[in-house]
Ligand binder design. Structure first.
Ligand code: ZN
Length: 114
């Protein structure tokens, strides 16, 4: 359910940006959502349609860019996307370590119309 709160914040950020730029509406918001960010893009999309009603974001396209989590091999130093039920490096078979890739969550861009 915490997607509800974060969606409110996203709409607030976008609306403020639009106001600061004397825009009439927000046309598109692009979000980056990592696989392990703790947020579900689909839920945000659902709440967005409801919460944006009556705001400058009403009717805007919410684009969600999903980022797959990556693991780093301590031996080869390469980042890789793990296979199901495995953490093994595709090069050497060593278990990888979690990286920051896949934990991101941020508003990448806001498009407005003046
Ligand atoms: Zn390796």
């Amino acid at each position: 359910m915490h997607e509800y709160g974060i969606t409110q914040q996203i709409i607030q950020i976008a609306s403020n940006q639009a106001k600061e730029n004397d825009a009439l509406i927000v046309t598109r918001i692009t979000l980056v959502v990592g696989e392990y960010s703790g947020f579900i893009g689909h839920s945000i999309q659902m709440y967005f349609d409801v919460i944006s009603k009556g705001t400058l974001c009403e009717g805007a396209i919410l684009e969600v860019e999903h980022v797959k989590a990556k693991w780093r091999c301590p031996v080869c130093k390469i980042d890789f996307i793990r296979k199901p039920l495995s953490f093994a490096c595709p090069e050497c078979g060593q278990d990888g370590e979690p990286t920051k890739i896949g934990k991101e969550f941020y508003v990448k861009s806001i498009e407005i119309e003046t």
